[in-house]
Design a protein around this ligand. Structure first.
Ligand code: PAF
Length: 281
């Protein structure tokens, strides 16, 4: 597995591979890898010949500087996982390489109204930062395909909107959420959960599963009320939002007959903010 710190070195590695017709996949990450990320590598291997994983903790997508500071960076462990998974190359630039003019470099594109809903309402400017770095990573790798996890449902939508904005010829593949045996969605943030938080965190997947299991029994409003009630009285858990939304617009679903429905949740569990979602139909 090759490791690249600069765009130039990465491009030099990829150039002959592309010239010989190899299909390139990019799996963008911020490191602190878990089996969810490895599942993206596996899907990438089914869809391309050469797999590049990027590890870059992107400063422009953090709204809270403390969150950026405490973001886990277990780089040796990450590299060992990628090596075991059969990844071909890792791109791990520093901040100067990605933001030569400084991380306050100007970037603003129209991502549509969904930018301002849900996560966008709680983390102002977050998706501008995400799309800014993903565009830079796309420019560095020029992949044929790129893998993103469904866990960050809104992020995938924003990246697709960015792709449309620049008319980039890249196929985005959304990979299913990987869960622990008890239902908790895998996330790099889970390591911050105390034992007590870890137990309480199960309410997220349970409330989503409730909607999926009872979709035919109740109205949309009843489903939301009942799912939210599951959070009542759980110590240290504060719900930011729970919604059944249209998967294209992220606006609250108006009717159960809509085609593309997804239940999405965000909650603070102890001091850790978790998100999760389930596609309902
Ligand atoms: O999902 C993530 O890990 C990040 O938001 C991404 C897509 C790597 C951009 O920094």
């Amino acid at each position: 597995m090759e490791i690249f710190k600069t765009k130039a070195a990465l491009k030099a590695f990829l150039k002959p591979l592309k010239a010989s017709g190899k299909k390139i996949a990019l799996v963008p990450t911020m490191g602190a890898l878990h089996n969810g990320h490895i599942s993206l590598i596996k899907v990438a291997q089914q869809n391309a010949d050469i797999i590049i994983c990027s590890i870059f903790v992107n400063p422009t997508q953090f709204t809270d500087p403390k969150d950026l500071e405490k973001y886990p960076r277990p780089i040796e462990h990450d590299l060992a996982m990628l090596q075991d998974a059969g990844c071909n190359g890792v791109f791990m630039p520093n901040v100067e390489e990605m933001y030569p003019a400084g991380a306050d470099e100007k970037w603003h594109i129209d991502l549509g109204n969904a930018e301002f809903l849900l996560e966008g309402a709680f983390r102002k400017g977050h998706y501008q930062g995400v799309t800014q770095i993903v565009k830079k990573l796309f420019d560095a790798v020029e992949p044929d395909v790129a893998m993103f996890g469904q866990k960050d449902f809104q992020q995938v939508l924003m990246i697709k909107n960015m792709l449309a904005h620049f008319n980039l010829p890249i196929t985005i593949i959304t990979c299913p959420i990987i869960r622990e045996d008890d239902g908790l969605a895998m996330s790099s943030r889970n390591i911050h959960l105390t034992l007590e938080d870890r137990k309480h965190s199960l309410v997220l997947s349970k409330s989503l599963q409730f909607v999926l299991d009872h979709f035919d029994e109740y109205t949309l409003a009843e489903l939301e009320t009942k799912a939210k009630a599951l959070y009542d009285g759980i110590d240290g858990v504060a719900l930011d939002y729970f919604t059944i939304a249209n998967g294209d617009t992220l606006e609250p679903a108006k009717s159960k007959a809509e085609d593309n429905l997804v239940a999405l949740v965000a909650a603070k569990v102890g001091s850790t903010r978790l998100i999760d979602n389930m596609i309902i139909k």
